[in-house]
Ligand binder design. Structure first.
Ligand SMILES: [Zn+2]
Length: 80
């Protein structure tokens, strides 16, 4: 979906917004990630205009912060 069609319906009508550089998107495009203290991390969000499928990724800048701290988190559990 980042570089291709929607994985649900194969439509190419996919739109993208990043909270890293877009004013006014932060409330809808952010996530609480509680590691050592309360932190907000921001999301790149993709929406398919055909079927409504939504997919989000941490912005690349925030991914190392998540990886470094998630092992100590009581909130985020690794999927087994
Ligand atoms: Zn779709």
């Amino acid at each position: 979906m980042k570089n291709g069609p929607c994985p649900e319906c194969n439509s190419t009508q996919v739109y993208y917004a990043s909270s890293a550089n877009a004013q006014g998107l932060r409330d809808e495009h952010s996530i609480h990630v509680i590691v050592d203290d309360l932190k907000w991390m921001y999301l790149d969000t993709y929406i398919c205009a055909n079927c409504g499928y939504v997919r989000s990724f941490l912005i690349p800048k925030d991914l190392p912060r998540f990886t470094a701290g998630v092992g100590k988190s009581k909130t985020w559990k690794k999927v087994e």
